[in-house]
Design a protein around this ligand. Structure first.
Ligand SMILES: [Zn+2]
Length: 377
């Protein structure tokens, strides 16, 4: 496995030089500005529980599998669908002598199942490189099971993982949970050993893997892997497929712009951080979720409505049936922070808790949560 450039040269100019920019974009950011300009504040009214919509598209279910996408290139998709946990995905690139894993999942038994599948696919070759697409626990908690190896991330991600590692007291165990952990495994968060800010290129055998930072999106440190020959993009949590995107660390407006940039790349297959393997159309559906939500939130923000009530009132039309719908509340909180120029990279626990308490009080049977038990996504 050889490592190529790691410099601070501007991304756009390099990508343009490589001929990656060409196709027409989504234009979703422009569409949003038009919608917001025409916005009228809706009146506050009674709110109903979240219900599935017969007029909105239904979503599929999918199984756990190591899915081959191209020679030596695999996505490790964990099972999900409506009403299911919708856990994170991982991926694998097989070289002639060693392998690269992308993300390490949430808990020991999940990670060990991924490693076993990877070893079977790669004929037992060692996994020498792990790439963390971002710092969330469901993508990095399994790092420790790959050590010794090089662990690579964006610098922001590395710093956030280092904070998480420092917060784990020696001797801490993973909580016992069926299918997740035996309860005997010591928890030792392994911090990335190599970090970059802009671009880092690997040749994994014949597979060229271009790691890139496209700007703040789901977090301030998301990186994507572009495989130009295979026209595959590993998007991490920049892409949620049929699952409500989790925006609790996000800059949602910049995330929409990053989706536009991906849409201009020469890509046929996009692997999400959560959900089944998709493509540009499905990424665009997710970006449009945020475009629509931003326009609905903007009206209510302008009318002086609280975030919890805004979240309770908004109907997500064609996204109504997506899994984990009540992540909406945390997305609304981030948009309020954007509009009030109070957005910070960290999770805003107090604002989330206030909005979720109000949302759950307004909507009978609502189950929005500030944090999930495993810090999913
Ligand atoms: Zn995430």
């Amino acid at each position: 496995m050889t490592q190529g450039e790691n410099s601070g040269v501007g991304r756009l100019s390099r990508r343009e030089a490589m001929g990656l920019v060409g196709a027409a974009g989504l234009g979703v950011a422009a569409a949003l500005n038009e919608q917001v300009a025409n916005a009228q504040a809706p009146p506050a009214g009674p709110v109903a529980p979240w219900t599935l919509s017969s007029s909105a598209p239904s979503i599929p279910s999918w199984n756990t599998e190591l899915k081959q996408l191209a020679p030596n290139v695999y996505a490790y998709i964990q099972a999900g669908g409506l009403g299911k946990p919708n856990m994170s995905n991982a991926a694998l690139i097989v070289g002639p002598d060693s392998m690269m894993a992308i993300d390490t999942l949430t808990a020991p038994l999940l990670t060990k199942a991924f490693i076993a599948a990877a070893k079977r696919a790669g004929g037992g070759k060692p996994i020498t490189h792990v790439i963390d697409t971002h710092h969330h626990g469901d993508h990095i908690a399994g790092n420790q099971f790959f050590v010794p190896c090089e662990i690579v991330s964006h610098e922001y991600c590395r710093d956030e993982v280092a904070k998480q590692a420092a917060a784990v007291a020696p001797g801490t165990k993973f909580a016992k949970r069926e299918g997740f952990a035996e309860g005997t495994e010591e928890r030792k968060i392994a911090v990335p050993t190599t970090a970059f800010n802009d671009k880092l290129v690997y040749n994994v055998g014949n597979v060229l893997v271009e790691w890139m930072f496209l700007g703040p999106a789901h977090t301030w440190g998301d990186i994507v892997a572009y495989l130009p020959k295979e026209k595959i993009l590993f998007a991490g949590d920049i892409f949620f497929s049929y699952i409500t995107p989790f925006g609790h660390n996000a800059h949602i407006s910049k995330w929409i712009e990053v989706c536009d940039r991906i849409n201009k790349m020469d890509v046929d297959v996009i692997v999400p951080g959560h959900g089944p393997v998709g493509n540009k159309n499905e990424l665009a559906q997710m970006a449009e979720y945020y475009v629509f939500l931003k326009s609905e939130v903007k009206k209510r923000y302008a009318a002086g409505m609280t975030p919890g009530r805004a979240a309770a009132e908004i109907k997500m039309t064609r996204w109504q049936n997506w899994a984990v719908p009540e992540q909406l509340v945390r997305n609304v909180v981030r948009l309020y922070a954007e509009f009030s120029a109070t957005l910070v990279p960290d999770v805003m626990d107090d604002a989330n808790n206030n909005a979720i308490a109000e949302y759950n009080a307004l909507k009978k049977g609502a189950t929005a949560q500030s944090r999930t038990s495993l810090d999913l996504a």
